[in-house]
Design a protein around this ligand. Sequence first.
Ligand SMILES: Cc1ncc(COP(=O)(O)O)c(C=O)c1O
Length: 406
Amino acid sequence: MYDVEKIRQDFPILSRQVNGKPLVYLDNGASAQKPKIVIDTISTFYSNEYANVHRGLHYLSNLATDKFEAVRGKIRTFVNAAKEEEILYTSGTTEAFNLVSYAWGVPNLKAGDEIILSVMEHHANIVPWHFLRERHGVVLKWIEPDANGDIDPQKVIDAIGPKTKMIAMTHMSNVLGTVVDVKTICHEARRKGVVTVIDGSQSSVHMKVDVQDMDCDFFAITGHKLYGPSGSGALYARSERMAEMRPFMGGGDMIREVGRDVITYNDPPHKFEAGTPGIAQIIGLGAAIDYMQGIGMDAIAKHERELRDHATEKLGALNWLNIQGQSATKGAIFSFTMNGAAHPHDISTVLDQRGIAVRAGHHCAQPLMDHLSVSATTRASMGLYNTIQEVDSLVDGLHLCHEFFG
Ligand SMILES: Cc1ncc(COP(=O)(O)O)c(C=O)c1O
């Protein structure tokens, strides 16, 4: 039995008030709040266990290294990678895709090669490929979602041509909530020798992920959306792809030996992890993953489906609200505009006065905004601690906005 009230007690911030009203936090797509176990784990680490990792021989350094490295195994299990060495620590998804672009893209792609991507990608899964276009003549081929916000996998597969080398695709849209059938795309891409880069920033928060079953080459997750610290994340990189990658950043930890005229590199994954990492952040991410798995990804998904169904019914009944994305696969992410003059920023400000936190803007998805012919939307995105009552508060707040601006 999913006890959402008990879960809420794990998150200290949820008991605070904002503008004199109980906080209703519906901005989880941007970043999620942190349970006490994550906060305490970081606090304990800094209070009692802190030292730099990998390069010390003293007690604290070994302790910190053990705790830091243990998270690799947790992430491996979380995404079901075959090997721990296939998990690279990152500061988040943005770093992950820049790493793939620089470390795999630059040495393996040449002018005229094609990358297929959807217009519903987050900028983090667009801009690094634009770098390859601008600097190396790689061609970007765009796939559009249909009117419901679905990406037909066959459309992606049909777009694969002799020059296609890579597909970059979100597993779950941060604007529409659509879950893309990346498994079908990745299986066919592998058969055709095309590398797949999947953005798991949103999906990994809301459902079980299995990169082996998905058959992707790269899969990125980000800690701050997973109820963990900001500045933490991971990239799953299939071993064969990692063998084709050159180092990304240079510095400590990623080398074996440095001389005046020679350099040799550490083994993966360390080869791609230069400098002092976000040690406490990664250890905090480990605590967040344990926390989520303690509740169970299936239980979280079921709870969020209930929120989605309730919000679909209640928001759908507002005939002055235009909800973007009506996919049957949709998660509990609702982006909308309001008929009349209300700008998404105004809606967000009115809701904020009632303690309701939502996001307004282009959500780092400008090609999608263009495709939808809107400059911005208001987005309410739900997480494991949200309640049906909070969805109702959002609906009440929107009524107020409509009266006010309408
Ligand atoms: C789908 C998606 N991809 C990528 C990102 C960027 O992730 P990060 O903040 O870890 O760089 C986000 C964050 O908003 C996102 O929603």
